[in-house]
Design a protein around this ligand. Structure first.
Ligand code: NAP
Length: 282
């Protein structure tokens, strides 16, 4: 779909949460100020479910303004509309399908002249079940869908909103996966998912190089195995297989967003379920 969007402001004052301390990306310890962080304006894609939904909640709770972009405010897997109930300065932008080449037009029409401090490229997915992504079974349609959803999506959104991202000072945060790590691939398979996330890692690195001169920082994030609607099965079932809870995992993502600077731009970071950031192998 293209060109259609709905804006809905959900009113209410956000809770300001002072936080910070010291954190590290790629081994270097980054001192963080103890003062309350400046309020910022975020765009989060894939905000209807899982990590994206919780990210909207946590950012809004500390007083940031969040443009929560989604196809529909109800998650396609859960069927629930939890996004509309999030308090704080949240603007829900529906009709945002990141696989649509016209998504940039939809976003630009919805955001008008809003200046963004950070774009979190979170929308993504496994595309087809694991047993349909083996060397013997993966279809070219699944491969293309993987690239559309997990790789080209980031370029579409980044290109369209480039004039609206603060420069200097803006950030692109790309939710990637350890499955996209070539160094970490010890088990093969998952062709559509792995290759599309490996490709978005390269997009991330090139964007970091290209945007440094403009003062815009970029990083790719591996959130680890988190109990969301991602892939097959319910969050509860995934938790039984060792997936970690969403809330602390997203705290780790927020920590990585806050720690991203021009100095550590171009990193691939494992957000480690809120237990301290660590470098992820490319
Ligand atoms: N959970 C994990 O273990 C894990 C591990 C590594 C990486 N990740 C990454 O984390 C990100 C978030 O996933 P999640 O775990 O939160 O899964 P999730 O609960 O399934 O959420 C995925 C989100 O992406 C949205 N989305 C899917 N296709 C879209 C499209 N064409 N256009 C716009 N939005 C679309 C979904 O919207 P609908 O509700 O409309 O479908 C949903 O909001 C993904 O990039 C995923 O690859 C997750």
């Amino acid at each position: 779909m293209s060109g259609s969007f709905v804006l809905r402001r959900i009113c209410g004052a956000g809770l300001a949460a002072g936080f910070a301390a010291a954190t590290s990306i790629h081994g270097s310890t980054l001192p963080m100020a103890r003062s309350e962080p400046k309020k910022s304006t975020y765009l989060v894609t894939g905000a209807s479910s899982g990590l994206g939904l919780e990210l909207v909640k946590q950012l809004a709770a500390r007083g940031d303004t969040v443009y929560a972009a989604c196809r529909t405010s109800a998650g396609s897997r859960s069927g629930e509309d939890a996004l509309s109930k999030v308090g704080g300065n949240v603007v829900v932008v529906t009709g945002v399908d990141v696989t649509d080449d016209a998504v940039g037009e939809t976003l630009k029409a919805a955001l008008h002249d809003v200046q963004l401090d950070c774009i979190v490229h979170n929308a993504g997915g496994f595309v087809t079940p694991r047993d349909q992504q083996t060397l013997g079974t993966v279809s070219m349609t699944s491969m293309r869908l993987g690239f559309e959803l997990n790789t080209l999506s980031v370029l579409r959104v980044a290109q369209a909103l480039a004039p609206q991202l603060a420069a200097p000072g803006g950030k692109h945060v790309i939710i990637s996966s350890m499955a996209g790590s070539i160094a970490d691939n010890g088990s093969g398979g998952m062709y559509a998912y792995r290759t599309s996330k490996a490709a978005v890692n390269m997009v991330s690195k090139s964007m970091a190089n290209d945007l440094k001169k403009d003062g815009v920082a970029v990083c790719a994030i591996s959130p680890g195995f988190v109990a969301t609607h991602f892939g097959k099965g319910s969050p509860e079932k995934k938790a039984k297989y060792g997936a970690k809870p969403v809330e602390p995992s997203v705290r780790g993502i927020v920590e990585a967003i806050d720690a991203l600077t021009l100095e550590n731009s171009g990193s691939f970071v494992h957000t480690n379920y809120g237990n301290g950031l660590k470098p992820a192998p490319w």
